[in-house]
Design a protein around this ligand. Structure first.
Ligand SMILES: C[S@@+](CC[C@H](N)C(=O)[O-])C[C@H]1O[C@@H](n2cnc3c(N)ncnc32)[C@H](O)[C@@H]1O
Length: 383
């Protein structure tokens, strides 16, 4: 059995104990690391089950009682070494110790908790600590994303018609990049990806055809704090022909680690009158060929085995559903990528559509079709 299989089996055993789905409050805590490790170490020396359980219960109560999001659990002095933890992680681990029926099982969970506090186990493409995987409740792993609210914190807004919701680039960057790596958004629009990259400490280059839109993106990005001191810049140009190696070289790098594309969905929204704009493609074939060219141009600077996310929806034309998403997927698959996931995301209803809901319901009944409620995030990995 491989190391990974063994680890997964251990996790499964834990889940079979029935603790997996217990709903625990989940907040970020700042914890005094030496102190919590001391308490956990002591648990290992007790040779009575009831003593271990009592100690775990006391610790659990303290976590439960922690009031504010960033409270100094266990009285941290100014020199105290601290660790940031999700309270949900601590609560679940402690609960498993409390529910154990043998000292051996208790010790197994105590060691598991210790490992989560002492060791970091990440993979090559993100910073997620797999020893504390239960902490990442905010990271989606299902292929169906039903998001009822757009993140409108900071400078994010829905003002730019056709922008995507910030949760999309955020999720992608958390899963597929490490801090300090480089992201490229080849259809940057008003800079949603760049704003998220700046918040998450990823460098990001955006390419946008329209000068006024690129200027707006720059303005938005610069009005947000840049706590991680990263480079998030928008280049005004055509993503089919822009010289990416030079753009990167100017910034001291030669490749990117994540590629995001959110192109026009053919002619659904006309973004400009520029013939280089994908929304002005003369035909479906021409749209797909322009998209293919944009992918080829950007893929050349994407590192091998790294990810490319294409965000796209279908369209309806003269009584016919045009599967733009699948046609685009087919195009990309012929360009040296492996398909990793097809994510279906619900479509946000605009105010106009909401007001016309009844009318659309009627039209759908008459016309024998279904109303668009979804779009795709097609996830590829470069071979
Ligand atoms: C769907 S929007 C992207 C919105 C973006 N994700 C955001 O959140 O703001 C597509 C963008 O691609 C731009 N665009 C169209 N053709 C382009 C091209 N050839 N090169 C660069 N940008 C292009 C359009 O001007 C538009 O802003």
């Amino acid at each position: 059995m491989s190391k990974l299989e063994r680890y997964e089996k251990e996790q499964l055993n834990i889940d079979l104990d029935g603790t997996q789905n217990r709903k625990m409050p989940d907040r970020e805590l700042i914890v005094n690391r030496p102190r919590i490790l001391e308490i956990i170490d002591a648990m290992k020396t007790y040779n009575e089950l009831s003593r271990i359980r009592r100690s775990a219960q006391e610790l659990l109560n303290q976590v439960h009682d922690a009031r504010d999001d960033h409270m100094n659990l266990f009285n941290i002095d100014s020199n105290g070494e601290t660790i940031r933890l999700r309270s949900g992680f601590l609560l679940e681990e402690l609960q498993k110790i409390i529910e154990s029926r043998t000292i051996e099982r208790c010790n197994y969970y105590i060691e598991h908790l210790q490992k989560g506090l002492l060791e970091t186990r990440t993979n090559k493409i993100n910073d997620l600590n797999l020893n504390r995987w239960r902490e990442y409740r905010d990271i989606y792993t299902d292929s169906l994303w039903i998001l009822d609210r757009r993140d409108s914190t900071g400078v994010h807004s829905a003002d730019y018609w056709g922008n995507f919701i910030p949760q999309i680039p955020r999720q992608l960057m958390m899963r597929y990049t490490k801090q300090g790596e480089w992201v490229l958004d080849a259809f940057a629009g008003c800079g949603t990806s760049l704003i998220e990259a700046q918040r998450l400490g990823r460098n990001c280059i955006g390419v946008e055809l329209q000068k006024s839109v690129a200027d707006k993106a720059r303005k938005l990005i610069s009005s947000e704090p840049n706590d991680h001191n990263v480079v998030c810049e928008v280049h005004c140009g055509d993503s089919l022909s822009v010289d990416y190696p030079s753009l990167l070289k100017e910034r001291g790098v030669s490749s990117i680690q994540l590629l995001i594309m959110h192109p026009p969905y053919f002619d659904i929204i006309k973004f400009s009158s520029d013939p280089r704009d994908l929304s002005n493609a003369r035909s479906l074939d021409s749209f797909l060929s322009m998209l293919g060219q944009a992918v080829e141009n950007a893929a050349a600077v994407l590192d091998k085995h790294r990810y490319f996310a294409l965000v796209i929806g279908d369209k309806y034309s003269r009584g016919e559903w045009i599967p733009l998403g699948f046609l685009a997927m087919d195009k990309v698959l012929k360009q040296g990528f492996t398909l990793k996931s097809i994510i279906v995301k619900n479509f946000e209803e605009t105010a106009g559509k909401r007001n016309q809901r009844e009318l659309w319901h009627y039209r759908a009944l008459v016309g024998g079709f279904y109303i668009f409620k979804h779009e795709y995030i097609l996830l590829f990995r470069k071979k």
